[in-house]
Design a protein around this ligand. Structure first.
Ligand code: ADP
Length: 467
């Protein structure tokens, strides 16, 4: 009993909970309107056919009007922001009032049928009442006061119907009238028990939702701190690293004097690892920016042919160093798309440098640009180590290298493809690959193509031209 009182009290005084419950209640009431209306109408037609049609229709109109009250309330509550506790309490009062009116109207409708049935028990009205009670048990668990009120009104109607024939006929205890009476009591217990179970389920769901929300908040806070930390550290590392790299480059270039032969190998290693560290920091900063939504994109109409050429030229030195032959296949006419040139070059560099670094010396890489009029596809095909079939999830993940021993053979951060995927998706494009271990891989990106005449205007939104 104490628990019931506490449940009812919390609805009126525990603000946070009440908002959630009221919204859930109103949402569900509005959602189920047609289901309720259909069953009320079916019941009314049935009753009008077998019983007095005038009183039945009059009662049905009462039920219909009470439904309207709920709809008006639902429409008003839509704009409620859930903040002001006084408005919340007002809604609760309105819901409580509507409940009394609606449960009262339904009970009168059912009592009217029971009253007219003078023989053969009250199967029809009792069954209607049973359905209404079960409906309340299933869908009114959000507000305990409402559930209790509705069920109490239906319970009283059940008892009234049960007593109707007892009072009318004053039968023997062994008659079927008393049997119906006791059966009704049993059904009442069943409804109370079912309602309690539904109510408990709803409470548990609310509790779980609360826990998930709290957990989510904690995760978000931790994630933000991590991002902040990573971003600060990356920035702090980048400044001294830039001057270290510049100094080493100066020494290596011989600007500060002849470099003794013995110092050349360690200085070359220092320069190479300095570059690696700089790449890692750049990737980290890009990732942070992308995740924080702070990476700026400057979309403009551009030639994909030129983009591909530029990217291939930029990696030509690297390809030569690794002894890999790169061929480029591009159509004679310009294929245009809307994109951020620098970011797309970043994607191309990533795909190309991966193809090169995962290829064997003397291998070959083919870069192909294709267009079907609507879409443009750039693919980078290599004959390198390939990617195992079960690594698909990891390839585009963060810090993920399919074979972590790769890192010893070829450098990398495991961030490049993740960043590329995010860049491609910001262009409303797709990135994917096909690969066979030991045979090679083909990575490809696809974007919407824009037609030549569309490219006069340069928009900042990729959809502006492709739409
Ligand atoms: P990394 O900096 O390690 O290259 P990426 O995100 O660019 O990071 O790539 C992730 C992983 O995907 C690589 O470490 C490698 O295991 C696999 N991978 C990417 N491209 C290729 C390729 N062309 N051939 C084989 N494996 C590749």
């Amino acid at each position: 009993m104490q628990r019931l009182v506490r449940a009812a009290r919390s609805e009126w005084f525990d603000w946070e909970d009440r908002e959630e419950r009221i919204k859930d209640y109103i949402d569900l009431t509005n959602k189920l309107i047609w289901q309720r209306q259909a069953s009320f109408l079916a019941a009314a037609l049935l009753a009008a056919f077998y019983f007095d049609p005038f009183s039945t229709i009059a009662c049905y109109i009462g039920v219909f009007l009470s439904e309207l009250l709920d709809q008006i309330l639902g429409a008003r509550a839509k704009s409620w922001d859930g903040k002001d506790p006084e408005i919340g309490r007002r809604y609760l009062r309105r819901i409580t009032f509507n409940t009394v009116v609606s449960a009262g109207a339904i009970s009168v409708f059912i009592l009217n049928i029971a009253w007219q049935q003078t023989s053969g028990g009250h199967f029809t009205p009792l069954f209607f009442l049973f359905s209404a009670s079960l409906f309340a048990a299933m869908y009114n668990s959000q507000i305990f006061t409402v559930l209790l009120l509705r069920l109490s009104i239906y319970g009283a109607t059940f008892v009234a119907i049960a007593f109707l024939d007892v009072l009318r006929y004053r039968p023997e205890l062994s008659s079927v009238v008393w049997l119906e009476f006791f059966t009704i009591l049993f059904v009442l217990y069943f409804i109370a028990d079912t309602s309690a179970k539904f109510y408990k389920n709803y409470q548990e769901r609310l509790e779980q939702l609360k826990l998930i929300r709290e957990e989510n908040e904690r995760t978000k806070a931790a994630y933000e701190i991590k991002s902040q930390f990573l971003s600060t550290v990356s920035h702090e590392l980048r400044t001294p690293l830039t001057s270290i790299k510049a100094s080493i480059d100066l020494v290596n270039a011989g600007v500060l004097g002849e470099v003794p032969e013995t110092l050349k190998p360690p200085l070359a290693i220092a320069a190479k690892n300095g570059q690696r560290l700089a790449n890692l920091i750049d990737d980290l900063l890009d990732l942070q920016k992308m995740e924080a939504g702070e990476m700026d994109f400057h979309f403009e109409a551009m030639s994909v042919n030129s983009l591909v050429k530029e990217a291939v030229e930029a990696t030509a030195g690297y390809a030569e160093k690794l002894g890999i032959h790169v061929t480029t296949i591009i159509p004679a006419t310009d294929v245009m798309m809307n994109g951020d040139h620098d970011r797309l070059i970043q994607v191309m560099n990533n795909l190309l440098s991966n193809a090169l670094k995962f290829s064997d010396e003397g291998g070959s890489v083919q870069v192909r640009l294709e267009s079907n009029g609507n879409r443009v596809r750039i693919s980078v095909e290599d004959e390198g180590v390939g990617i195992p079939a079960d690594a698909r999830e990891r390839v585009f993940g963060k810090f993920s290298q399919v074979d972590s021993s790769d890192i010893r053979k070829v450098g990398g951060t495991g961030l490049g493809l993740n960043i590329s995927k995010q860049i491609v998706e910001r262009h409303k494009g797709t990135i994917d690959y096909e690969s066979e271990q030991g045979v090679g891989s083909t990575f490809f990106v696809e974007f919407d193509q824009v037609q030549q005449e569309d490219t006069g205007e340069t928009g900042s939104d990729p959809l502006a031209l492709s739409a």
